[in-house]
Ligand binder design. Structure first.
Ligand code: B12
Length: 346
């Protein structure tokens, strides 16, 4: 996401956020519950009030307008509202049970809870298995619930490898898997991760699940790419060395780094590491847009914190320079990131 794609803040969402900014969480909760009393379905409250409010929080945080504490405050109220709305949603029977979990490494439970509530509103009895679920903890719960399908939520691209391990665990029990959330929406990333379906919205998931109930699903095998796997293994085993080398080269190329504080040095190292992690996941799902959209997002984030785009471009360039010849796809991804930045600055 970039700051150039601003969510249109609905009047309702703006009022909701105003209440919280004025430290009146009760007024925000009342506002949401009043909509239900006026006849809104819980799905409408999620789609038209809570989701735009949360997206706006993200944009304000990225722009440096909200602190993390502020974001936590709003998410806390949204979570309270989700709990209260559950009382106004239907109670589907056990034959429509769905297990829903966040991929390992994914702590954005609120989007998953929103999806859970909307799925319930659409007739699915959702068993929510929480944030960052390690795959080896899934088997006994799935055996116990025996759901006709499993749903996975993934917001953060870095958590996508966790989708693959959960999908494998569900497939071990012949359970088909649908994955949703911002990290997969409008992409085909689910295919490389071995999930049987990838969706952008709850409505799409409901349609897909209906077809799965009507006829048995042929489970997807994880589509492995040997070259990409070899590059990923190489990056993992040489990561510390690559980061050291890239950091030293960046210091040599950017004279202003001589005046950096310890904290700025730490952040610079962290950003180099973050870029390499995104390269790794982009290789895993074979999707260059994963890296280029991350670069755009990071450029906006750094700009809002006073870091010029040239620093990010140099960071990508030094990483590409230190990568060995045996990692051509990773180097290609970094080049695509550089071009993305150049395209943005003209
Ligand atoms: C709140 C929040 C947090 C909270 C999460 C609290 C919680 N309990 O969920 C905390 C503080 C933990 C957090 C942490 C981080 N966050 Co955060 N977070 C957000 C924020 C502001 C809101 C999330 C949210 O509730 N979204 C609301 C819903 C509406 O979003 P949605 O994804 O569209 O979900 C809908 C659909 O996708 C669908 N859906 C979702 N899952 C599923 C599953 C299925 C099966 C189906 C059918 C549908 C479905 O249903 C939802 C409702 O319609 C977002 C901003 C944003 N745009 O989302 C950033 C955001 C997601 N976070 C971000 C980042 C960077 C982070 C951190 C890395 C920050 C850091 N440096 O530590 C960490 C990562 C933690 C981790 N490992 O998971 C970035 C991600 C950018 C990127 N693409 O990489 C965002 C976009 C902020 C930003 N503007 O930059 N975050």
């Amino acid at each position: 996401m970039t700051s150039t794609t601003t969510t249109p803040v609905t009047e309702d969402a703006e009022r909701f956020l105003d209440h919280i900014e004025r430290a009146d969480a009760d007024a925000a909760i009342d506002q949401a519950l009043d909509l239900v009393r006026e006849g809104w379905r819980v799905t409408d409250v999620v789609r038209d009030l809570l989701a735009p409010a949360q997206r706006t929080v993200g944009e304000r945080w990225a722009a440096g307008r909200y602190t993390v504490a502020h974001e936590h405050l709003v998410s806390g109220v949204v979570d309270d509202v989700l709990g209260l709305l559950a009382v106004h949603a239907p109670r589907p029977g056990p034959e429509h049970t769905l297990a829903l979990a966040c991929a390992e490494g994914e702590w954005h439970t609120t989007p998953a809870r929103m999806a859970a509530l909307c799925l319930r509103d659409a007739g699915w009895r959702v068993q929510f298995l929480g944030g960052s679920l390690p795959a080896d903890h899934l088997a006994s719960t799935l055996a116990h619930l025996a759901p006709p399908a499993m749903a996975i939520s993934c917001t953060l691209p870095l958590a996508l490898p966790g989708v693959a391990t959960l999908a494998d665990a569900a497939h071990d029990q012949q359970i088909p898997v649908v994955v949703g959330g911002a990290a997969v929406a409008a992409t085909r990333r689910h295919v490389r991760l071995g999930a049987d379906g990838g969706v952008g919205t709850v409505e799409e998931a409901v349609d897909l699940l209906r077809t799965w109930l009507d006829q048995p699903v042929e489970l997807q095998a994880t589509a492995r790419d040997v070259d990409a796997d070899l590059e990923r293994a190489l990056l993992t085993s040489t990561r510390a060395h690559l980061l050291d080398h890239a950091y030293r080269r960046l210091e040599a190329e950017l004279p202003q780094m001589a005046g950096y504080t310890e904290r700025q040095r730490h952040h610079t190292r962290q950003d180099l590491d973050y870029i390499l992690q995104f390269v790794d996941v982009a290789l895993a799902v074979e999707d260059t847009s994963l890296l280029t959209s991350f670069v755009g997002w990071l450029a906006d984030l750094l700009a809002a914190r006073g870091v010029p785009p040239a620093v990010l471009e140099r960071s990508l360039a030094v990483l590409r320079y230190v990568l060995p010849d045996e990692a051509p796809h990773a180097r290609g991804l970094l080049q695509a990131g550089i071009e993305e930045l150049r395209g943005r600055t003209g």
